[in-house]
Design a protein around this ligand. Structure first.
Ligand SMILES: Cc1cc2nc3c(=O)[nH]c(=O)nc-3n(C[C@H](O)[C@H](O)[C@H](O)COP(=O)(O)OP(=O)(O)OC[C@H]3O[C@@H](n4cnc5c(N)ncnc54)[C@H](O)[C@@H]3O)c2cc1C
Length: 175
């Protein structure tokens, strides 16, 4: 019988974990992804909007700025203010215009503030939780803060290694 793996979340971290489990543990698994939102409504999609102007060094500006571009952001620990401030707005607009001068004077459609949860360390560990007398193996992989796109592939690999240990033990116990 195939072992069943549930992945919660379809952002870069969840999807990468699913892909790396699949790649490394083969086809005798049934992986199901459960999610509230998927692309384009995940944080990773927002981050990709921010990436393009920075990393694609020689791309002509008109290819980067099409109908709409997202500019951001700030990194302020313990700032819970969800209203835009003039200081932050100026910081973002000036910083982005330095990277892509064509943004100077662009029409602003709206300002939005979101809170980005983070922790000092990523929580990536195995927990064997007793749920109604049955042991459920949970691999936590969250808390990437502003680095989830960078870390998702490597963390996905560590998740796959933990899953390998769990599956080996399950199979041994069934022999
Ligand atoms: C403007 C911006 C710029 C960024 N720049 C960078 C960068 O340059 N480099 C970098 O590495 N990172 C960057 N980040 C951070 C990066 O985007 C995040 O760390 C990463 O997207 C987190 O991925 P995730 O899969 O954990 O979360 P998300 O992409 O938010 O996905 C979470 C998933 O979980 C699902 N979910 C949530 N709650 C539930 C529930 N109760 N039940 C079921 N499903 C649920 C959601 O629907 C979603 O599918 C940036 C972020 C922003 C906003």
């Amino acid at each position: 019988m195939k072992c069943r793996v549930a992945v919660i979340g379809a952002g870069v971290v969840g999807l990468c974990s699913a892909v790396r489990i699949q790649d490394s543990l083969g086809d005798d698994l049934e992986i199901v992804i459960y999610t509230e939102d998927k692309s384009p409504n995940t944080t990773g999609d927002v981050a990709a909007g921010f990436w393009a102007p920075y990393f694609i060094q020689n791309t002509p500006t008109e290819k980067i700025i099409q109908d709409c571009v997202i500019l951001g952001g700030t990194h302020q620990i313990n700032d819970w203010n969800v209203n835009p401030t003039n200081v932050d707005t100026t910081f973002i607009l000036d910083g982005c215009a330095q990277l892509v001068p064509a943004l100077k004077g662009a029409k602003i459609i709206k300002h939005q503030v979101g809170l980005r949860p983070g922790r000092d360390f990523v929580k990536l560990e195995l927990e064997n939780r007793n749920v109604d007398g049955k042991i459920v193996h949970i691999i936590h992989n969250y808390g990437h803060g502003g680095c989830g796109v960078t870390l998702c592939y490597g963390c996905g690999g560590e998740v796959a290694e933990l899953a390998r240990v769990v599956l080996r033990n399950i199979r041994k116990s069934k022999l």
